[in-house]
Design a protein around this ligand. Structure first.
Ligand code: NAD
Length: 299
């Protein structure tokens, strides 16, 4: 059994850490906002800071919101780097900048430790069900060491390439998810304005070529008007920023990603930063001056 550190125990980190405890591992935990009593009851040992967690653990996992939070968790006073000795492995499962990831990895390598970027897809539902998709960048030997731990949290686990490639894969994932939410929103809006029941249209499309997890999950949210997160619009804006800044650096145009970011910006301006990302449809509805409504969903 391994000694694992877990830094960042929010919506995603909490259930993921729970699976590691259930798998029989020793878990050292730190979050500046505290560790849930439920995890402590299950045996999590709370550290006074990230450095103490890193000192006690052999593998240290981070699950924090954004690039500055990862930098802070790693390199601030009392951060992970202070507690590292050669041979440990640092694993970042947050969704952050692929470019900064390479810089962080190099600094951790200079301390004699390996670094894996291992962001996830599957949401809080996947975190609870231990069915996350995990996309990994880093050295193969470190990946093989951590694989049994990843397997306690996820199902589709792929070593994509070197450091940064896991985060690049996650940005690609977020491009597809945003554009598909936009497509499903437009399609259901069109159907509703044309007088068809969008709930039935969604059901009809689910058997065919237009089916997707987004049509199933986010399409249902649009029809049922359920915009409680889930995945907050503010986090998706962060991910599309990474896509658009990356595209700029690479000399690449991503026109529809830019449009989706503008729609998220408009949703945020309407007070929707904390809506589920399926709430993008509300902006399309404003443009159309028509709200999706489903006779079969009316109660
Ligand atoms: P969250 O805000 O619920 O949790 C993040 C936790 O990190 C918080 O408890 C916070 O206190 C802690 N934290 C922040 N800065 C820290 C620091 N410097 N040191 C230690 N802890 C710190 O966010 P979340 O929804 O759990 O998302 C975490 C990451 O996972 C994000 O990068 C997000 O994009 C990604 N993600 C989220 C989902 C989702 O559905 N929520 C799905 C896939 C990926």
């Amino acid at each position: 059994m391994s000694k694992i550190g877990f830094i960042g125990l929010g919506i995603m980190g909490r259930p993921m850490a729970g699976h590691l405890l259930a798998g029989g591992h020793t878990l050292y935990a730190f979050d500046p906002f505290g560790v849930s009593p439920e995890l402590v009851e299950k045996g999590a040992i709370v550290g006074k800071n990230a450095a103490e967690v890193a000192k006690n653990a052999d593998i240290i996992i981070m699950m924090v919101p954004d690039t500055p939070n990862v930098e802070d968790a790693l390199f601030s006073a009392g951060g992970i780097a202070e507690g590292l000795t050669a041979g440990k492995i640092v694993v970042d499962m947050s969704s952050i900048s692929p470019i900064e990831t390479k810089v962080f990895a190099k600094k951790i390598n200079d301390l004699g430790c390996d670094y894996l970027d291992a962001p996830v897809s599957g949401g809080d539902v996947g975190a609870k069900a231990a069915s996350l998709t995990i996309m990994v960048g880093g050295p193969e030997a470190a990946f093989n060491t951590v694989l049994p731990i990843f397997q306690l949290m996820g199902k589709n686990i792929t070593l994509v390439g070197g450091n940064g490639d896991g985060q690049t894969t996650k940005v690609a994932n977020q491009i597809i998810v945003a554009l598909t939410i936009e497509a499903v929103g437009e399609a259901l809006l069109f159907a509703s304005k044309a007088g068809a029941d969008p709930a039935k249209v969604r059901q009809a499309l689910m058997g065919g070529f237009a089916n997707s997890r987004i049509l199933e999950v986010h399409g249902e949210r649009m029809v049922k008007r359920n915009f409680e997160p889930g995945f907050r619009i503010a986090l998706h804006q962060k991910d599309l920023n990474l896509a658009l800044q990356g595209a700029r650096n690479l000399g690449l145009s991503l026109p529809n990603t830019a449009t989706c970011q503008e729609l998220f910006n408009a949703a945020a301006a309407a007070g929707g930063s904390a809506w589920d990302h399926s709430g993008m449809v509300r902006v399309l509805e404003k443009l159309a001056n028509h709200e999706i409504s489903s006779p079969s969903q009316a109660n």
